[in-house]
Design a protein around this ligand. Structure first.
Ligand code: BJ8
Length: 425
């Protein structure tokens, strides 16, 4: 892969030596974490191929699109409505933000005590190691947390940025503010692309993005079965790839995978023994290639059956109504749906607590792991309430605070082993 696309990466301004180091580091990790799993669904081959070519084929597609005069819009948060970007004939793409590799580069500028997700994403731009950001014409940031908000101010010195203001409260005033932000975003995208968004295009884009949500809902439903027919690692990878891939192709691949996995359920076939402890992970998102916690849990004998996070259920659980008909009405539908995301940036955010309990029951979990990126204060504080509601429900909880490095892997393993032992008693 490094030889095939070198010319393209050089043209994108990528630091080739550093980039080689990054790709060379990811390949063996993927091999160890993913390819070593036994009896995986055949449908995972597509996702292995996507990761194996993560900076190649898809970037090439985006670049071709850009060379034809179209635009690529990069995002860091599930609050940014892909529907609007697609309706203007632009392509949305979620940016790399899940590796320790880019953290030290970011720390040359940003404070050390900033969450790894923020540092990783900033480090990719600063170190010129992410071809997605290099291909994009606009980064869309948001005001979800203070660290990101201030990082975007600095990132704006390196790349064109549009910021969406996300309200702190889901009140009527908050809803109106957010509706205004969605309209402003639509106008910014129209200005960027030179395309005025039409009602039929917005309706089509809504249907397409809903298809992606429906496919992921279908996949997650299979994880409710006992034995669970697909590993948590694989299921999460499928969600992670959603942020990069062409939407229509992705929907087709996920549905094909679901068909196969549903066949496994019918045959009583699972990736884990039926009595493997079933774990729900909740908390901060896990961007590619952050697979650490799933790997530790599943190699310790647990089955991760659900993720309540933005690389999990928060990404796809609610559909946008498909009854638009006018641009104005559909923008309202979009704004209202996105405001249903239960991110810890809201106060109060009790709906997330309800979600955790509901998902715990639906997926018949034996325990919950609260995954917190170090220095993420919103999720760390909300974990106090998560702990209380789970205690009331009698569901064991393990609170983890970690980053992207592997330094704490041994310690995490010990804590996970003790947690699973307690569950098994
Ligand atoms: S909607 S969870 S994707 S903001 S982990 S950068 S909150 S300090 S990622 Fe998120 Fe959107 Fe919310 Fe989802 Fe800040 Fe916390 Fe870091 Fe975070």
């Amino acid at each position: 892969m490094t030889t095939d696309y070198r010319q393209m990466w050089a043209e994108l301004g990528i630091d080739l030596d550093r980039h080689d180091e990054l790709l060379n580091a990811i390949a063996p990790i993927y091999e160890e974490i993913y390819l070593s799993q036994k009896d995986r669904p055949k449908g995972m081959e597509f996702f292995d191929f996507v990761v194996g070519n993560i900076h190649g084929i898809r970037v090439h597609e985006l670049r071709k699109h850009a060379m034809n005069g179209s635009k690529v819009v990069a995002t860091y948060c599930v609050f940014v409505p892909d529907e609007i970007v697609l309706a203007a004939d632009a392509i949305p793409v979620g940016l790399c933000a899940g590796t320790q590799f880019s953290v030290p580069i970011a720390e040359e500028v940003l404070p050390h005590n900033t969450c790894a997700l923020i540092k990783s994403s900033f480090g990719f731009k600063l170190g010129r190691t992410c071809p997605y950001v290099q291909t994009s014409h606009l980064i869309v940031g948001e005001t979800t947390c203070d660290g990101k908000k201030k990082m975007f101010e600095i990132l704006a010195e390196y790349h064109p940025i549009h910021i969406m203001e996300v309200p702190n409260k889901k009140t009527e005033a908050g809803r109106n503010l957010w509706r205004g932000e969605v309209i402003a975003f639509k106008e910014a995208i129209e200005k960027l692309t030179g395309n005025e968004i039409q009602a039929d295009r917005l309706d089509q884009a809504t249907k397409l993005v809903n298809d992606r949500r429906r496919a992921l809902q279908r996949l997650y439903n299979t994880r409710k079965a006992r034995p669970v027919p697909i590993s948590g690692k694989d299921a999460m990878l499928v969600t992670q790839v959603a942020f990069y891939d062409d939407v229509a192709r992705y929907v087709q691949q996920v549905n094909a995978l679901c068909e196969e996995v549903e066949g496994r359920i019918a045959a009583g076939k699972g990736g884990f023994p039926a009595d493997a402890p079933r774990i729900l992970i909740t908390g901060t998102p896990m961007a590619i290639p952050n697979w650490k916690l799933h790997h530790i849990l599943e190699t310790a004998g647990a089955a991760v059956v659900c993720e309540e996070s933005c690389t999990g259920t928060r990404y796809f659980s609610d559909l946008v109504p498909e009854d638009g008909g006018t641009v104005e009405r559909q923008l309202g539908n979009i704004a209202d749906r996105y405001l249903q995301i239960h991110c810890a940036c809201f106060t109060p955010n009790d709906e997330r607590l309800d979600d955790i309990i509901r998902l715990g029951r639906e997926y018949q979990v034996d325990g919950v792991v609260h995954n917190n990126l170090q220095f993420c204060h919103t999720y760390a504080n909300e974990a106090v309430k998560v702990e209380r509601v789970l205690a009331k429900e009698g569901i064991p909880l393990l609170r983890i605070e970690t980053d992207y490095s592997n330094e704490d892997a041994g310690q995490l393993r010990t804590r996970v082993d003790a947690f699973l032992e307690m569950i098994r008693k």
